[in-house]
Design a protein around this ligand. Structure first.
Ligand code: NAD
Length: 344
């Protein structure tokens, strides 16, 4: 088949390659893609992900640095678009180990993009983060807010965003970077949930504390907020998944490279989340007061106006109790999280 004809065919019927699809957000997006009839193939090295989370599409256990393996996967599955979740994403760890973070998040993304360019795949949806903004100079945070990350994790994501503009000019790789605020909750059908080890996110930690796990540490009680605890923006993981489908549609419609902020647009305090977990679980959340953590701003929330206006994204979960309920239900049904460790 002539090259142009083959590329055209692949764009129409091609699979979506989901890197990091054994992880929390990638697995939810893989399910959402499959529900729209798209074929999915996952590449994941299972460093933090779970085999049991990959149920929609083949799992290729590989590292994204392995350009030959990624190219072979693209060819075998006739991949026409890539959604890139595979990364290391613990802020504190990134401060202690910048080499590892630049290697995995920047080096890994470059290897993946190289494979895409070599195989003429030109659509890329990238998991970016609110951490690209650093300390907010104003809230809500719009796309035009200055990007001055204050930790290596945020800087690795911004570095990839910057590279993407150059990849578009040089190779025609069109991309949408989605800067998530705090992903939260679990699949409404109970198929998937959040299982990070260690878990650094507030909602699963508060749920764990309610169930008799470690006492929740609340960092800082003297912020200039109504109850003294930090205000953050939580966006349900299935709403994030819908945003990825819309981003892919934009790329399918020849939309230009861009970045969108993605949050519910309504801040909740740490105390609000604790109260929500208590309402949902009917149990007290044992919590200890801990000092502020360096680098934690008082208030962080997104303006998602641009993605709402341009792509028609609307979060279905706008109530913190509904988000917490989904996390609670998954945790109750999976007290030990995914259970495939023995077969890794
Ligand atoms: N969870 C959040 O609230 C949040 C917020 C902002 C941005 N993000 C970004 O979203 C993405 C997904 O986050 P998550 O919470 O689902 O994380 P996760 O750790 O659950 O998933 C990441 C997945 O990538 C895999 N992976 C990591 N490095 C790899 C490599 N070199 N090769 C192959 N696979 C590799 C892991 O095994 C894991 O399955 C990340 O890029 C993260 O930085 C997450």
């Amino acid at each position: 088949m002539p090259v142009a004809q083959s590329m055209n065919r692949r764009a129409k019927v091609g699979a979506v390659l989901v890197t990091g699809g054994a992880g929390y957000i990638g697995s939810h997006v893989a399910k959402a893609l499959a529900a729209t009839g798209r074929r999915v193939v996952v590449i994941d090295n299972l460093s933090t992900g779970h085999r049991g989370a990959v149920r929609w599409g083949e799992l290729v256990v590989a590292d994204i640095h392995d350009v030959a393996r990624v190219r072979e996967t693209i060819r075998r599955h006739e991949v026409s678009a890539v959604m890139h979740f595979a990364a290391s994403s613990l802020v504190g760890e990134s401060v202690r180990d910048p080499i590892g973070y630049y290697a995995n998040n920047v080096g890994g993304a470059l290897a993946l993009l190289e494979a895409m360019v070599e195989e003429s795949v030109s659509r890329f949806v990238f998991s970016s983060t609110a951490a690209v903004f650093g300390d907010p100079v104003e809230t809500p945070i719009t796309e035009s807010h200055p990007t001055r990350p204050i930790n290596p994790y945020g800087d690795t994501k911004l570095t990839v965003e910057r590279a993407l503009a150059h990849f578009d000019r040089a190779y025609g790789t069109r991309s949408v970077a989605l800067r998530y605020f705090n992903a939260a909750g679990a699949d409404a059908d109970g198929d998937l949930g959040e299982d990070h080890r260690p878990e650094s996110h507030l909602i699963p930690r508060a749920v764990e504390a309610a169930l008799g796990g470690p006492v929740l540490q609340v960092f800082g009680h003297d912020y200039p907020t109504p109850d003294g605890t930090c205000l953050r923006d939580y966006v349900h993981v299935s709403d994030l998944a819908r945003a990825h489908l819309l981003a892919l549609e934009r790329l399918d419609d020849q939309g230009a490279t861009t970045a969108y902020n993605l949050g519910m647009g309504k801040p909740f305090s740490v105390q609000d989340v604790i109260s929500s977990v208590e309402r949902v679980s009917g149990t007290r959340v044992p919590a200890d007061r801990a000092p502020r953590r360096p680098g934690d701003p008082a208030v962080l929330f997104a303006s998602s106006e641009r993605i709402r206006t341009e792509l028609g994204w609307r979060p279905a979960f706008v109530d913190i109790d509904a988000i917490v309920e989904s996390a609670w239900a998954w945790r109750r049904a999976h007290p030990h999280g995914y259970q495939e460790e023995a077969v890794r």
